[in-house]
Design a protein around this ligand. Structure first.
Ligand SMILES: NC(=O)c1ccc[n+]([C@@H]2O[C@H](COP(=O)([O-])OP(=O)(O)OC[C@H]3O[C@@H](n4cnc5c(N)ncnc54)[C@H](OP(=O)(O)O)[C@@H]3O)[C@@H](O)[C@H]2O)c1
Length: 263
């Protein structure tokens, strides 16, 4: 698929905005001269051939589709008219009704990519407003397939939950890896060995998952059934409150996502 329209990205110089633009250009979904990108402070020296502006009203006027990729705290100051345009938000916590009401369009799609969009491996759940068309949905699927994988979800509540679940990208696996590395160093393992070991575990896990698409609980059960070294580790981590700590953390992240949207 190619997108035969002009695409504006508000915050196109940011982390996620830039990652999305990079991925869709790499996938050949769009050409640089179909892109209108806005920045706030310094004009980024990226995406040759794209039109860069500081003026979001100009961006909206030039674009058929507008991706809003500013931080939620910068959302209230955004003042554009997106009448009759498709607006795609990547902002955590900001609801469909809020976006539609503020920007003057009822064709709104909320998406929640993650940092792995930078390497084309984001998981992106999304939800569309009632007025979004089949073509709007197809465009969103194409954009976020170019960034990794995507799923339409049934409710905004699911999307808010997933903000603190998959929107966090590498954060929780990194949290586990950091705790493991700290323990290894405290035990006396050289720091560079510990770092190479935990990073290799993460990469290896990803590769295995890509090949087998295994259910994580099946993997855990297989190690428990083996009754070896790993089972001792899993059972003690669980007895020490591992699952409960994860649930509490995910709940706190969900509450924060809802609070960011004023909910
Ligand atoms: N990064 C992630 O992993 C992730 C995951 C899920 C969702 N998100 C969502 O993605 C959005 C962007 O996050 P990010 O991580 O990419 O943040 P970021 O790197 O700070 O990017 C935001 C960009 O927006 C620019 N900006 C702010 N106000 C603007 C305006 N009025 N006009 C033009 N540009 C403006 C900022 O410019 P300055 O640098 O000049 O201030 C910055 O470059 C957020 O809403 C976040 O909730 C991010």
């Amino acid at each position: 698929m190619t997108i035969p329209k002009t695409l504006g990205v508000i915050g196109g110089g940011g982390w996620l905005g830039g990652a999305i633009v990079g991925s869709i250009l790499a996938a050949g979904l769009i050409q640089p001269n179909q892109l209108v990108l806005s920045y706030r402070r310094a004009r980024p020296d990226r995406f040759e051939g794209a039109f860069w502006t500081r003026d979001n009203r100009e961006l909206a006027a030039r674009s058929d589709i507008i991706i809003v990729s500013v931080r939620p705290e910068d959302w209230p100051a955004l003042d554009i008219d997106a009448t009759r345009k498709l607006v795609i938000s990547v902002m955590a916590g900001i609801g469909l009704a809020d976006i539609a009401g503020r920007l003057g369009t009822d064709r709104v799609i909320r998406t929640l990519p993650n940092a792995a969009a930078e390497v084309g491996k984001s998981y992106t759940p999304w939800i569309a407003s009632g007025a979004a068309t089949a073509e709007d949905r197809a465009i969103v699927r194409a954009i976020f397939d170019a960034c990794g994988t995507q799923d339409e979800v049934p409710s905004e509540r699911d999307l808010d939950y997933l903000s603190g679940f998959s929107g966090t990208g590498p954060a929780y696996p990194a949290l586990l890896a950091a705790a493991m590395m700290r323990d290894a160093i405290a035990f006396g393992v050289p720091a560079d060995v510990a770092r190479r070991a935990v990073n290799a575990i993460l990469v290896g896990t990803g590769r295995l998952l890509e090949r087998e698409d295994a259910l994580p609980s099946d993997t855990v059960e297989a190690f428990l059934a083996y009754r070896g070294v790993t089972a001792a580790g899993i059972e003690t981590m669980r007895a020490s409150g591992f699952d409960d700590a994860v649930s509490r953390g995910l709940r706190a992240a969900f509450d924060k996502a809802v609070a960011m949207g004023g909910g």
